[in-house]
Design a protein around this ligand. Sequence first.
Ligand SMILES: Nc1nc2c(c(=O)[nH]1)N[C@H]1C(S)=C(S)[C@@H](COP(=O)(O)OP(=O)(O)OC[C@H]3O[C@@H](n4cnc5c(=O)[nH]c(N)nc54)[C@H](O)[C@@H]3O)O[C@H]1N2
Ligand SMILES: Nc1nc2c(c(=O)[nH]1)N[C@H]1C(S)=C(S)[C@@H](COP(=O)(O)OP(=O)(O)OC[C@H]3O[C@@H](n4cnc5c(=O)[nH]c(N)nc54)[C@H](O)[C@@H]3O)O[C@H]1N2
Ligand code: SF4
Ligand SMILES: [Mo]
Length: 685
Amino acid sequence: MRFHTTCPHDCPSVCALEVERVDSHTIGKVRGAKAQPYTAGVICAKVSRYAERVHHRDRLLHPLKRVGAKGVGREAFVQIDWDEALDIVADNFRRVANEHGPEAVWPYFYAGTMGLVQRDGIERLRHAMRYSRQKSTICVTLADTGWKAGCGAKRGVDGREIAETDLLIVWGGNPVHTQVNVMHHYAAARQSRGAKLVVVDPYRTATAEKSDLHLMLRPGTDGALACAMIHVMLSEGLADRDYLARYTDFDERAERHFAARTPEWASRITGLDAREIVDFARWYATTPRSFIRAQHGFSRSRNGAVNMHAVSCLPAVSGAWRHRGGGALYGNTSLPGIDQTTIMGLDVMDRSVRALDQSRIGPVLTNDPADIGDGPPVHAMLVQNTNPVAVAPESARVREGFLREDLFVCVHEQFMTETAAMADIVLPATMFVEHDDIYTASGHTFLQLGRKIIEPPGECRSNHRVLGELAARLGASHRGFAMTELELIDDTLRDSGHGSIDEAFADANWLDCARDFDGMHFLDGFATRDRRFHFRPDWTRYDDCPSDMPLLPDHYDVIDNADDEHPFRMVTAPSRWFLNSSFTECDTSRRHEREPRAKVHPDDLARLGVADGESVHLGNRRGIVTIACQAFDGVQPGVVIVESVWPNRDFAGGIGINTLVSADAAPPNGGAVFHDTAVWIRPAA
Ligand SMILES: Nc1nc2c(c(=O)[nH]1)N[C@H]1C(S)=C(S)[C@@H](COP(=O)(O)OP(=O)(O)OC[C@H]3O[C@@H](n4cnc5c(=O)[nH]c(N)nc54)[C@H](O)[C@@H]3O)O[C@H]1N2
Ligand SMILES: Nc1nc2c(c(=O)[nH]1)N[C@H]1C(S)=C(S)[C@@H](COP(=O)(O)OP(=O)(O)OC[C@H]3O[C@@H](n4cnc5c(=O)[nH]c(N)nc54)[C@H](O)[C@@H]3O)O[C@H]1N2
Ligand code: SF4
Ligand SMILES: [Mo]
């Protein structure tokens, strides 16, 4: 039997799947569902082998209590039963709240599953108990802030229109690794219309290898490139002046501003040739059907919000928004308009409760005054759907924090991750084929269902069930805890105007929430108050907006620039066979990725006196990481690429790459800066 469901991973593609059920406890093949119009049967290689992950020998099957040292692994734990495990968690949360106040408890989560019920339900427990809030900044905050600054909402052109473009520009993303469907639609455009592909990326990615033009700029300099392109369009009469006047706030001041942002100026900042910038700007401006697929990578810098906004200005200058196959897409997550009040318990949230920054978990757990202030240190945590010991910035501090003896931690997980190994109690979690959920998507317009297909192995329980059991023990009251997953989904769909589950998904396992052409292209107005696109964003609406934020798109020079001591700029881009730290437990993925590697320009290696394949130290004031280097001429000299996220334990001494990444919160609204790190390189010998 084959069942329709949805890939739960933290990936813009959110592919519609068909999963074969062998028996009530076993899945077989996982394929893409051909009939879903965007994902159209295409899925990545990782997920097509998903039976390997579901039926993995290392899956956690029973609740565990730690009796040995923190951070050791499975051998430090003994098996206990569910009631005992949940009682211990509830007792500790109650004890900590009594001694230090409820803000000393910090439920911590992210998007290991993107299902709204299983991912966000932890918020309901948090709000009902007045535990510390989480400001979720590790992934989309910078890009969201930058995109909304101009367009007003997280939506854009329908991804299906990539198949109808003449020029696809993949900006700061590597869809061959991170969202395969972009490439599938592009292949259709190439075949039917001879469409071309341009990639803007600091290194020659697998996507760049398929491109007609690769603009290999320095990391964190996209604002300069975009401004110079605007300069060329304005000064050469290639701008759509009628569009600018009708749909944007473009004015004299903006005109003067861009007049000073010349290709020569941008060349010095980006390391690109001025000629290359001019040629690309002309090509872009003279191709009505030009589609910018703005991804996340170029926003993961201290100036990432400004850079995302600068890039989002391009189709407003060229007028590409007017045309089918033209415009831009960063994400379409807001389209289904989901009301998550019941799932997240927003009706009982108290905004006066402190919010701690997810990406600063290292500083938070080591009691940095900048984060903790006058409040209580964090003394208890429940962690779901995330592996911060591997994925969060400043790993050394994250580790130091989790090692605190006065911190009680419960981790609900599918595997003994490096974070789970730090826990006092580990609870075994279901996978998506073992529970019910609904999914929105950033890369497309569909709301999709994922029903339970098989029984969970061992004693695994869903996030929703665990939260309900904890709520009962802690006395957290909210109607959401009394509902089943399917009831919550049904209720949420009705609250969001989509009818019941059966109504919403009467025809298929997916519901198209796309607007009409004018809506998707903002031709009926942008989502801003005056319905215009804003070249002049209001950054000051964010509390942490510094006074030097540029008023118009620019190169905002707050990045971790190279200097004499740290001559290299490091980007930790996603690898193909891992998804963040997920799949690092799977043999097939590990075999393909082989080992952590630093891609360094051959001229740099020669200067360092290091041969291809030798070990080097990468370092800065946060630590030193040992890693094999690979001679690679697909970067500018002075740039180093480390595809991620390998667990710390795969590096010498257990010191992984995020040791070097800063936990600085990027302006104006926070956000982690994974691709903005200055480092030195030295031979390891
Ligand atoms: N295989 C695989 N798929 C994934 C993931 C994974 O780890 N592996 N992660 C998932 C998640 S959580 C997310 S959020 C998405 C992210 O996927 P994307 O939206 O593709 O974004 P990133 O992966 O952060 O970055 C991708 C590219 O940005 C480039 N980049 C870095 N800095 C700059 C810059 O300053 N300017 C420009 N122009 N480019 C820059 C990097 O070199 C990299 O090639 O992918 C998801 N899918
Ligand atoms: N160096 C570097 N670091 C990065 C990035 C980078 O580009 N470079 N990217 C960053 C980005 S964009 C992101 S989004 C973060 C993501 O980082 P994480 O949110 O930590 O993502 P994963 O590493 O995939 O870990 C998700 C975990 O959730 C568990 N899980 C999955 N489903 C369920 C479930 O239903 N219930 C429970 N209880 N657990 C579940 C999985 O087993 C897995 O261990 O990483 C960031 N870290
Ligand atoms: S491409 Fe992304 S959404 Fe699609 S199957 Fe792979 S991980 Fe899942
Ligand atoms: Mo992410």
